[in-house]
Design a protein. Structure first.
Length: 173
């Protein structure tokens, strides 16, 4: 199994999981601090380091974002993982969610925040490619372009959390 590295923000929040190759590159560039290491060594002709297990960014990167980028997970987060037709909330790791075009694509609806809502698969299937009026289904809340979203860390399966990461993931300790 290839080793992975947990990357934390400058304020110690889990940001993402990266390859050990990327971790070594970031360490070499000096953009991160190494907080934990694996026992394995990474060797080059001129240097030998322990493989990084947990890194912390030296600079805060949050200020660089001007707007929330459209993505499936950002739609789900905006809608609090709740179907906007039936109101059922789903856990973030369930695969019961999809997104729905309020104005269907066949009627010119675009794939943008203002036209997409979170829908459970049964509701999405029932609405199909009909308009809200034709389907008799209307979103609980009007879809909007979010100005910001709460930070969500990477999804980490409990069974796959390396021991070296535990001090940096309070929910797994």
């Amino acid at each position: 199994m290839e080793r992975r590295t947990l990357l934390l923000t400058s304020w110690m929040f889990p940001l993402k999981i990266i390859t050990w190759h990327g971790a070594v590159k970031m360490k070499y560039e000096g953009t991160v601090d190494v907080l934990a290491e694996y026992d394995e060594l990474v060797c080059s002709p001129s240097i030998t380091w322990k493989m990084p297990a947990v890194l912390r960014l030296r600079k805060n990167t949050a200020g660089k974002k001007n707007r929330v980028r459209f993505s499936r997970i950002n739609v789900y987060t905006r809608d609090n993982f709740t179907c906007q037709y039936c109101g059922t909330k789903h856990r973030s790791n369930q695969r019961m969610l999809s997104y729905d075009h309020v104005v269907p694509r066949c009627e010119g609806g675009r794939t943008v925040f203002n036209n997409i809502v979170t829908a459970c698969k049964p509701c999405n299937s029932r609405k199909d490619n009909k308009s809200c009026d034709a389907a008799g289904m209307w979103p609980l809340r009007k879809p909007v372009q979010p100005k910001s979203l709460p930070m969500t860390g990477p999804r980490i399966e409990r069974e796959r959390v390396p021991e070296e990461w535990l001090p940096f993931l309070p929910e797994y300790a």
